[in-house]
Design a protein around this ligand. Structure first.
Ligand code: DGL
Length: 246
C-alpha cells in the first residue's frame, strides 16, 4: 500500500525478486498526501486498509510508504498478527558512501518527525552531517503525472538546492513517490553543477526484507494464480497508467 502511486517504486523492486506472487496494490489516493496528516489519522486509514487486505487473504502487508511506516507500523504490529514490512530511509548506505561527510534526506514532514527516522539519524549523526528537506509539492507532482518539465524542475530545485549547497553528495529518497522524479532530480542537480551527486533509494533493501520475512514464515514462493490486482480509494486512472509503465 501507499497513499498513491509512490509505492509502485517499491513494488517494482519486489516483483524483480518475487515475480510469481499474487499481489494486491492499494493506493489510498482519496486521502493523499499523507505527509502533513496526523499519526492518528494515518493509523485509522491503515487499519481500514489492513482489514481490506485480510479480507482478500493477504499473507504479508508491505507499507510501501515512509509516512505510513513512521505513523502506524508499531501500532499495526501490536494490533494484528499478520507481518508488516515497512520503509526505512536509506541513511546507512548513504552514510557509508559519502565522500563529503554530508548526506541529504528528502522526505515528508511526517517521516522526518517520526521516531523511526529520528532514531536512525541519531545513530549516524556522530559520523556524518545530515541535512534534511521536505519535498514540498513532490507528491502532488507525481500523483498528477507531472514528473518532468519546468514546474517539476522548479519544485525539485527548491528542495534540492539547499541540500547541495550544504555539501551533500548522497541524497536519500525518503518518500516512495520521489524515485518517480529521479530524472528531474538528476537534471536539476547537474544544472546546479552537482552532476555527480548520488540518489539513494531504499526500495531494493525493502524487497530483500520481504523475501526474508516470507522465508522465515516458511511460505512457499510462487503463487498458483500470479498477478496483480490494483485498488484505489479515489480515481484509479493514474494508478493504472503508472502501473502500465512498470
Ligand atoms: N509515498 C509516501 C511516503 O513514502 C507518502 C507521501 C504522502 O502521501 O505525502 O512517504
Amino acid at each position: 500500500m501507499d497513499s498513491g502511486v509512490g509505492g509502485l517504486s517499491v513494488f517494482r523492486e519486489i516483483r524483480k525478486l518475487l515475480p510469481s506472487e499474487h499481489y494486491i496494490y492499494y493506493a489510498d489516493n482519496a486521502h493523499c498526501p499523507y505527509g502533513e496528516k496526523s499519526p492518528e489519522y494515518i493509523q485509522e486509514r491503515l487499519r481500514e486498509i489492513t482489514d481490506f487486505f485480510l479480507s482478500k487473504g493477504a499473507e504479508v502487508v508491505v507499507l510501501a510508504c515512509n509516512t505510513a511506516t513512521a505513523a502506524a507500523i508499531e501500532c499495526l504490529r501490536k494490533e494484528y498478527e499478520i507481518p508488516f514490512v515497512g520503509m526505512e530511509p536509506a541513511v546507512k548506505p548513504a552514510a557509508l558512501g559519502t565522500e563529503t561527510g554530508v548526506i541529504g534526506v528528502l522526505a515528508t514532514a511526517g517521516t522526518l518527525k517520526g521516531s523511526k527516522y529520528l532514531n536512525t539519524k541519531g545513530r549516524f549523526e556522530d559520523h556524518v552531517k545530515i541535512v534534511e528537506r521536505v519535498g514540498q509539492g513532490f507528491v502532488e507532482l507525481v500523483e498528477s503525472g507531472k514528473t518532468s518539465g519546468p514546474e517539476a524542475e522548479a519544485t525539485v530545485k527548491a528542495a534540492l538546492e539547499p541540500l547541495l549547497e550544504q555539501g551533500a553528495d548522497r541524497i536519500v529518497l525518503g518518500c516512495t513517490h520521489y524515485p518517480f522524479l529521479l530524472e528531474t532530480l538528476r537534471k536539476v542537480a547537474a544544472d546546479l553543477g552537482h552532476g555527480d551527486v548520488q540518489f539513494v533509494d531504499p526500495a531494493p533493501a525493502v524487497a530483500k526484507r520481504l523475501v526474508q520475512v516470507l522465508e522465515e514464515r516458511g511460505s512457499s514462493l510462487g503463487d498458483s494464480n500470479p498477478g496483480t490486482e490494483l485498488f484505489a480509494s479515489g480515481q484509479d486512472a493514474k494508478l493504472k497508467e503508472f502501473y502500465a509503465r512498470l
